[in-house]
Design a protein around this ligand. Structure first.
Ligand code: HQG
Length: 181
């Protein structure tokens, strides 16, 4: 189930062409086309898709009310407008990364790299888990309130990921002893 969920994530965020479909400007895929496309290479059904949407640990996908289109809530590299609401962030947000990126981040600040936005978390624990995907995890505090005062915009996806275009170095504070878990 995890593999198929990853594949759906690839299709809905980065490469719909791998199954020969296109998404609309808001990132929606037609559910019928998605199922047909995935079924070309593996067994797949509406039932499985519903199970993935419901059980995904990060709530990565949403149907609309009719359950005929589906899209990823965030994480895209293709510039869709997924209609993220602009939200005033808390005082501090967190970004977890790998130790190997630190020198570059301390020079350039946080950049979206291959995605549309820099991804931030509301708590340190989640940030650390995100960082662990890239090796030894390091967590930065992001002075989000100050950034808002200075003109930056923040968005929050329906699955509670905080997003912003970039974080300049002056708003980053490296956390020395990160939380245990
Ligand atoms: C780093 C997962 C060098 C950045 C997670 C990160 C998240 C820089 C990496 C979501 C840099 C990009 C996103 C700079 C940033 N120089 N490295 N100037 N600026 N970086 O995977 O934030 O499972 O694209 O720190 O839970 O790790 O996909 O971003 O380490 O929410 O749903 O460049 O992906 O969710 O890596 O993760 P990523 P991320 P999903």
């Amino acid at each position: 189930m995890k593999n198929i969920s990853k594949y759906i994530s690839l299709i809905l965020r980065h490469k719909p062409e791998v199954i020969g479909i296109t998404l609309d400007e808001h990132g929606w895929a037609d559910v019928g086309e998605l199922i047909k496309g995935v079924t070309r290479t593996r067994p797949f059904s509406m039932e499985t898709l519903e199970e993935i949407v419901q059980s995904d640990e990060k709530q990565r996908y949403s149907f609309d009310d009719t359950k005929t289109p589906i899209r990823a809530n965030q994480g895209h590299s293709i510039p869709f407008d997924v209609e993220l609401p602009e939200v005033i962030p808390p005082e501090i947000l967190y970004h977890g990364t790998g130790e190997k990126f630190i020198a570059s981040i301390e020079q350039q600040g946080l950049l979206p790299m291959s995605r549309l936005y820099v991804h931030l978390s509301a708590d340190e624990k989640t940030a650390k888990e995100v960082g662990r995907r890239h090796g030894k995890p390091i967590v930065f505090e992001v002075l989000s309130s100050q950034m808002t005062k200075d003109g930056s915009t923040f968005y929050r996806s329906v699955n509670e990921v905080w997003l912003t275009k970039a974080v300049p170095v002056k708003y980053l504070v490296k956390i020395k002893s990160s939380c245990k878990n």
